[in-house]
Design a protein around this ligand. Structure first.
Ligand SMILES: C[S@@+](CC[C@H](N)C(=O)[O-])C[C@H]1O[C@@H](n2cnc3c(N)ncnc32)[C@H](O)[C@@H]1O
Length: 244
């Protein structure tokens, strides 16, 4: 693991086995806000239940905690991370002064794996998300799905996994992911999610998915996604793109 300062002054790590950074170099905190936190309409909630998958250095949860403190919202976070090595690095992060109170809460939660205060209920499972989501009994308002790239992290884009996640969404709940590749879109469509893409920056789009909210994907994206869902044959055997 190599520690790197990003352009907004927050830190990330390069995983030399996976050969990817945990957070983009233009800013780990900026990214958490632009991609995830800004998709949530905090004015709607008195209580917010978040499932944070791929918790990593915890920036997404950190920024949600900060918003909930500012807006006086009760918050429940269920975080899942399979790599304990990255969790150990959280202690070493240097966080800007405006996030320091939220960071203290986050650090305590990560250390204890469970933390309950008057307004925040935090729980962290250090496990493979694909093994545990089917056994979670809670419902969530928002699922923050933050995997590495598709090539490195296929299990978090998989059809069965997304089906398990759909069962965890409350009626008006939605899932946010920074990636909108056609295989993910197709797997969401196959699970009958309503979906829409949103712009992160030039040439980069995320996806919001829900079973209840009326979201609409453009015709071009829908066609492309469906093309990736078509079965095809290798040596006479039937495959789908996400099975290879
Ligand atoms: C792009 S990083 C996420 C960064 C993180 N959200 C943050 O704010 O720092 C992807 C994270 O997903 C975790 N991950 C990958 N596959 C996983 C799985 N099957 N179950 C749980 N966590 C997983 C990785 O270990 C990594 O921490």
């Amino acid at each position: 693991m190599r520690k790197i300062k990003t352009n907004d002054g927050s830190y990330t790590f390069l995983d030399s086995d996976i050969k990817e950074v945990y957070n983009p170099l233009y800013g780990a905190v900026k990214r958490a806000n632009d991609v995830y936190v800004n998709q949530i309409d905090f004015a709607k909630y008195k209580k917010l239940r978040i499932l944070d998958i791929g918790f990593g250095l915890g920036y997404n949860s950190l920024c949600v905690i900060e918003k909930c403190i500012q807006n006086n919202i009760k918050l429940e976070i269920f975080a899942i991370e399979k790599n304990s090595l990255i969790l150990n690095e959280i202690e070493s992060l240097v966080i800007s002064q405006n996030l320091i109170n939220s960071f203290d809460i986050l650090k305590k939660g990560v250390k204890l794996k469970k933390l309950r205060t008057d307004n925040i209920n935090f729980k962290l499972e250090v496990r493979n998300a694909s093994n545990i989501v089917k056994n979670i009994n809670d419902k969530f308002d928002v699922i923050l799905l933050d995997p590495f790239s598709y090539v490195k992290n296929k299990e978090l884009y998989g059809r069965k996994f997304l089906s398990d996640l759909k069962n965890l969404l409350d009626e008006e709940g939605f899932l946010v992911c920074h990636n909108s590749n056609p295989i993910l879109l197709n797997n969401l469509i196959e699970n009958k999610y309503n979906i829409k893409k949103y712009k992160i920056k030039e040439y980069e789009y995320g996806v919001i998915a829900s079973s209840f909210l009326k979201l609409k994907l453009g015709e071009k994206d829908e066609k492309l996604a469906k093309a990736f869902g078509d079965d095809f044959k290798i040596d006479g055997k039937q495959f789908k793109y996400d099975e290879i």
